[in-house]
Ligand binder design. Structure first.
Ligand code: NAD
Ligand code: MG
Ligand code: MG
Ligand code: MG
Ligand code: MG
Length: 328
């Protein structure tokens, strides 16, 4: 180590990888990026001023290696590159516990193994850091032969800017299961399905798709921003009494006990490994269903009308371009 600062290799330069690499460098760490030569993000890493080396070279000298490739390639990456090339006693860091928790990776006994998971997408991890704020991080220790694993995880989370918001200790099991549940039941799966169902309900009843789009998708941003600032209470303070009364009587009719029972089924499939087993099988089969689902979402009428309506808000394109430049 250079003084008390670990030298860091970041493998993968996508959503999380780019944000971690830039924040850690700005926090004073020596960061090398490991990428497949000719891969899609190699040029981006070089353009940001990093030395991009093939992963085997990048990890060989590092005190800490952060695995920020897609979850489904990590098992092979560990076997082919990390296990044979990481130095003795180094630290292996994940941003999601899936491969370790479900035992697809069994790390070498000499390695410290930790998790630092920012509770937000990479673009936000970078943007918040740049304006002097941070995204809360949760961290965990899986194995600790050096006795310094927790300190390394805290140092890394601090370098990301996470300490400016909050850092909470968790376990690989808790992070993996709650992260999968959150994105499936609420954040990605639940929210997108709720919006699509609301849109379909209005359009099937004969209302204009443009009005339905503004009502159930566009306006959601205001609501979520209020949740973020001050919880559900703050949202209720900002909407009319009529909207509040409608919330109280109709919310529980839509999201009723049967929805919660199915959320529990989703959680059970996550906990007992069924979801991960199916996801690995889907990935190994070449993503046939994943690609079908992706196309169906792309072709949904809400996306078609949304593309037309968003084109009228020209500033959205400028914002999206700026975000893309700091995101994946
Ligand atoms: P991503 O898909 O945005 O980026 C992946 C990067 O890995 C790219 O640079 C890609 O070129 C590179 N890559 C792909 N295959 C590779 C290989 N075989 N060898 C070397 N490099 C390879 O990934 P992401 O969404 O940033 O996810 C990375 C990790 O962070 C995952 O464990 C994920 O669960 C976790 N995570 C993601 C988010 C998020 O918001 N995206 C949030 C928290 C945690
Ligand atoms: Mg998450
Ligand atoms: Mg996740
Ligand atoms: Mg969906
Ligand atoms: Mg309204």
């Amino acid at each position: 180590m250079t003084g008390s600062r670990p030298t860091i290799a970041i493998v993968g330069y996508g959503s999380q990888g780019r944000a971690h690499a830039l924040n850690l460098r700005d926090s004073g760490f020596d960061v090398t990026v490991g990428l497949r030569p000719g891969g899609p993000t190699e040029q981006k890493a070089r353009a940001d001023g990093f030395i991009a080396k093939p992963p085997a070279e990048a990890v060989a000298d590092a005190d800490l290696v952060a695995v920020l490739t897609p979850d489904m390639v990590q098992k092979q990456l560990y076997a082919d590159v990390l296990a044979p090339h990481m130095k003795q006693g180094a630290c292996l860091l994940f941003a999601h516990g899936l491969n370790v928790h479900f035992e697809m990776i069994a790390p070498r006994a000499d390695l410290d193994v930790v998790l630092v998971a920012p509770k937000g997408p990479g673009a936000l991890v970078r943007r918040e850091y740049e304006i002097g704020r941070g995204v809360p991080c949760i961290y965990a220790v899986h194995q600790d032969p050096s006795g310094h694993a927790e300190q390394l995880a805290l140092t890394y989370a601090g370098g990301l800017g996470g300490a400016r918001a909050n850092i909470i200790r968790t376990t690989f099991k808790e992070e993996t299961e709650t992260d999968l549940f959150g994105e499936q039941a609420v954040l990605c799966g639940g929210a997108s399905s709720l919006v699509q169902a609301g849109f379909e309900t209005l359009v099937e009843a004969g209302y204009q798709p443009e009005i339905a789009y503004y009502e159930v998708l566009h306006e959601l941003k205001l609501i979520v921003d209020l949740f973020y600032e001050g919880g559900i209470t703050r949202m209720l303070e900002f909407v009319s009494e009529t909207a509040q009364y409608g919330d109280y009587v109709s919310g529980p009719r839509v999201i009723d006990a049967s929805v919660k029972a199915r959320m529990k089924d989703v959680l059970t499939d996550i906990q007992n490994g069924t979801f991960t087993k199916n996801w690995v099988a889907e990935y190994e089969a070449g993503l046939p269903n994943y690609n079908k689902y992706k196309q169906a979402d792309f072709d949904h009428p809400i996306e078609q009308v949304g593309r037309e309506l968003r084109a009228k808000m020209v500033w959205l394109n400028a914002e999206a371009d700026a975000k893309a430049a700091t995101a994946d």
